[in-house]
Design a binder for this molecule. Structure first.
Ligand code: SAH
Ligand code: SF4
Ligand code: F3S
Length: 483
């Protein structure tokens, strides 16, 4: 075991909570979360105002928490009213073309705000920064500041540069930066679930993916700082943490702590703290990790294992490092070691040269696994990636869309089947909020990460409740608290 020491935290003395309109942390990849104005809770009141919108994945939301913390330590408090903002930041995503298009559109919206207030500073942060810095600064002369994901400590200096009348750019990627000691700031006002970044960057070079270029080399965060953060969260009343990384299975701290060991350390902090993580990589997920999950009740029985394609030739072209058979072997290991484990995935339709038969392989694999949930995408060529350089994006748009809709249709059948199987069983639910649809109902998640809705009675957000599942929709389980 590592010694856990409490360090003096540089940017804020206590956890800061980012509040948002929608507090469902697990829906981060959902469209509704994209571009939310993020607000800090319990922040130091400051004179100047920051309006911060975040796009993309959970890691980007987690980075927005770091940005907000740094800015709060340097004279800014957050606002969701764009008209009172002194600084506007967009934390951007570049994963697919439509993610970038959305940002360009949003930037145009800020034109009139800038006209009304010529001192307004507009900054573009995150994954679009490095690739598009010149275009961002030149186009419409709207953007003052471009900052990449490893340069957020430099934000106060960069703002000063802008105030002195120049444009400011820092898109340097780092081999070391993990923002390890920056005090946790929390997205979501429920005070129940929080993210902890355990690593940054990615070394995998999947041929379709822009992340290794936007976020740089993979590096693991010091486990002590991870444990310190988790302990502080427990002390602040949090009930669930999600450990974040692009490929958590390659977590490695100085060859002394691997992911299975880190997971165990976090699980041991408190049996009432639920531990989740994202994302596993099929080529790297070990039986060791699965056995650790099986050993601790508080590590949730849920794995997001993105398959991308069910065909080995396509997987090879994607440079994913596994075949269909390898992936099936990993699923069998999960079923054997963690019976009843929830499994979700990501798919990409219409990757370069994918044939109809190869698309059918994805459908048949999905059926074989019987996923509980999936994020499903159309292939979008990203400039500079291996696929863009080596392969032709030659599947017709109409075929891509049709294949995607077949995948979506199949997945909604599989999700429904999976939910129907749960009727009559009992789920341990961590209540997150009052249901959006009815004040008389609560909403939470079970171990397998499924949303469960049940009548409120005397229960409250933050409670663990045993719920008997009585009904379901394709997306949600419905039940009543066990008497
Ligand atoms: N690190 C994670 C995924 C991060 S990106 C992993 O390896 O699983 C999230 C998802 O976006 C990917 O799993 C993939 O399904 C999708 N994606 C990434 N690049 C894409 C592209 N160029 N076009 C379409 N979907 C893409
Ligand atoms: Fe992208 Fe592959 Fe890294 Fe995931 S593992 S972030 S898909 S390169
Ligand atoms: Fe995440 Fe998008 Fe960047 S998915 S890592 S914010 S490109």
């Amino acid at each position: 075991m590592l010694n856990i020491s409490f360090k003096c935290l540089k940017f804020a003395a206590h956890p800061i909570i980012i509040m948002s309109r929608n507090t469902d942390l697990n829906q981060l990849l959902e469209e509704s979360r994209q571009g939310e104005a993020l607000l800090l809770k319990d922040e130091k009141p400051q004179e100047r105002k920051l309006y911060l919108e975040s796009y993309g994945c959970a890691m980007n939301f987690s980075d927005s928490e770091i940005v907000a913390s740094i800015m709060n330590g340097n004279g800014f408090s957050t606002t969701n009213n764009i008209d009172e903002a002194d600084v506007i930041f967009l934390n951007t995503c570049a994963i697919r073309d439509n993610a970038e298009t959305r940002i360009w559109t949003r930037l145009r919206d800020f034109k009139s705000a800038k006209k009304n207030n010529p001192d307004l500073i507009v900054g573009v942060l995150g994954c679009m920064a490095e690739r598009l810095k010149t275009k961002l600064l030149e186009e419409q002369k709207l953007v003052d500041l471009v900052v990449g994901p490893d340069a957020y400590r430099d934000l106060p200096n960069l703002i000063q540069t802008v105030e002195s009348g120049q444009k400011a750019v820092n898109v340097l990627l780092s081999r070391e930066e993990t923002y390890a000691e920056i005090s946790p700031v929390r997205l979501g006002s429920n005070g129940i679930s929080a993210f902890i970044s355990i690593m940054r960057g990615c070394d995998n070079m999947c041929s379709f993916c822009v992340v290794p270029f936007t976020r740089g080399r993979e590096r693991s965060r010091n486990p002590e700082s991870i444990l310190t953060e988790a302990i502080e969260l427990v002390e602040a009343g949090y009930k669930e943490v999600t450990l974040l990384g692009q490929n958590v299975d390659s977590y490695n701290w100085e060859d002394r702590v691997n992911f299975a060991q880190l997971l165990e350390m976090v699980a041991l902090i408190n049996p009432n703290l639920r531990v989740r993580y994202s994302t596993s990589h099929p080529k790297d997920i070990t039986d060791d990790v699965l056995e650790t999950m099986a050993k601790y009740d508080n590590i949730c029985n849920y794995i997001h294992l993105p398959v991308q394609s069910g065909n080995s030739r396509v997987l090879e072209m994607m440079n994913r490092g596994y075949s269909r058979e390898w992936y099936m072997n990993r699923i069998e290991a999960i079923r054997r070691i963690i019976p009843g484990c929830g499994i979700s995935t990501d798919t990409i339709s219409g990757f370069c040269s994918e044939t109809e038969a190869e698309h059918q392989d994805t459908l048949s694999l999905m059926e074989w696994v019987g996923y509980d949930f999936a994020y499903m995408f159309i292939y979008s060529e990203r400039p500079g990636t291996l696929a863009a350089r080596q392969y032709k994006d030659d599947v017709a748009d109409a075929d891509k869309s049709r294949r995607l809709s077949e995948i979506i249709q199949l997945q909604s059948k599989l999700s429904h089947q999976s939910n129907l199987k749960d009727i009559g069983t009992v789920s341990k639910v961590l209540v997150e909020s009052v249901s959006k649809r009815s004040k008389e109902h609560l909403s939470g998640r079970n171990d397998q990460n499924k949303v469960v809705i049940f009548p409120k009675e005397h229960y409250q957000p933050g409670d663990y409740v045993e719920v008997v599942i009585t009904d379901c929709t394709p997306a949600t389980l419905l039940g009543v608290a066990k008497k």
